[in-house]
Design a protein around this ligand. Sequence first.
Ligand code: AMP
Ligand code: DBH
Length: 548
Amino acid sequence: MTEPTQTAPTQIWPADLAARYRAAGYWRGETFPAMLRARAADHPDRVAITSGEDQLTYGALNARARALGAGLLALGLVPGDRVLIQMGNAPCFFHAVFAAFAAGLVPVYALPAHRRTEVTHLARKAQARAVLVQGRIDRFDHAAMMMGLRADLPALAHVIVAGAAPEGALDMDAIAGDPASLPPDPDPQAVAFCQISGGSTGLPKLIPRSHDDYFYSIRASNDICGITERSVYLAALPVAHNFTMSSPGHFGALYAGGRVVLCAAPMPQIAFPLIAREGVTITGLVPPLALLWLDAAQKARPDLPTLNTLQVGGAKFLPESARRVAPLLGCRLQQVFGMAEGLVNYTRDDDPDEIVTGTQGRPISPDDEVLILDDAGAPVPDGQPGNLLTRGPYTIRAYHDDDSANARSFTEDGFYRTGDIVIRLPSGHLVVQGRANDQINRNGEKISAEEVEDLLLGHPGVFDAVVVSIPDARLGERACAFIQPRGDAPTPTEIRKYLRSREVAAFKIPDEIRMVDGFATTAVGKISRRQLRETLRADVLSELDPST
Ligand code: AMP
Ligand code: DBH
């Protein structure tokens, strides 16, 4: 079977807005390969990345990226080709990503938690010609998984492995070519890479980000977060996550000529000594991890004199917890509310404490247009909850190759419907209230209720399934699946085993599984799944708290 012909990812703003963003100095024509080259020329011997005992200088990173990039082209890849990258918090991620940039290849980032189902989907959607994968991450054999899915991906020419390569795969460390064969720097308006969306329907969507738009977000984030060449950023969350990458993240630190410290696991026992040893100045966490750090700090007051800022984002951080950060960790809290599609909000250093603990910040840019609308599309006044829509110099106008998602997610005049319900304060700060659609934010990992329902329906013993989010003290939200069985009811253990056999990311396996006789219908027929989810959720909530 041949794959359908698809065009390369693009991201196009209307000419008048593009001109305005350029005139305002947001889009400056910076590109990723040029950025690393310039830093390496300015300070070749400065350490860019620390990983355990390994120190990678700017000069060495740039040299290896260029040799590897040239080697990738020598394999027959051509600039513009997409390469899927699945790597953990290890130096190979930076080698692979900057090699792709040097060669004009377009990385598509998969998360370490992604398994066959997600990886196949992303590679197919992107028509990836190569995957670059870390052999093992946390004991899972990613190289073997990639070899196993080659047959499903006719466009995929090469599996390239950092670490021990199985037969039929290429050893990334052995690939090198002549940097003289590298292409000229890309058009700054071209797509630099594809991020992926958590999404509320189906599998992850591809988010094409241009050099120009992403560099604006990084540069402005650096300004807001005070990142300089003296900054040391601890990458505790996965490096492929948009938060860790750009808010201001590791790319922000590298842009400023600072240093990135890679954290193998974000547990306080590992992170605290690392922060002390490496003089980390800033790091970012999702709320459940922040809670772990706070509890650990309460028990054994760590001495972290260099840590200025703890950023918390990806899911709602409650004010009660937010107030504990400064006293327990001795640093400033910064709330970050962002999305891989673009818009990022930060609380600022000079915001009053109650804004820092009680809001999710305000947008980066004066040109981030923010609308708060009711369900009928009418603006709601400040202080009232409504749907957040946005448009601006670093927010995408379309997903890659997904007409129905684009029709749902963007208005005719190019506003992105975030799916978030927020309140705007007169100061412009946003307070996130929840989601309008059926997405579960578990530990900062976004799960589409619809995708899990669809997977459950594949089990022969499942007649119908509805998945809802339930508030959870540890995870923020957890997933609860209601299953109407067909014939003999499968046990929750069987259901979990079945989902694992479908090779999906483990975080998508529901935390709770309940069997029900059937689902409510109305007199006029079946009620919408959305209504059904709301009703079931309300039932669980009233069980948890009988007073509501
Ligand atoms: P994604 O589309 O996977 O990049 O996830 C972005 C989504 O994560 C946002 O639309 C929000 O729903 C959620 N999110 C990110 N940061 C925060 C935050 N600080 N508070 C509440 N929700 C957040
Ligand atoms: O959750 C996110 O996607 C996110 C959170 C904080 C993000 O993309 C970001 C900052 O840039």
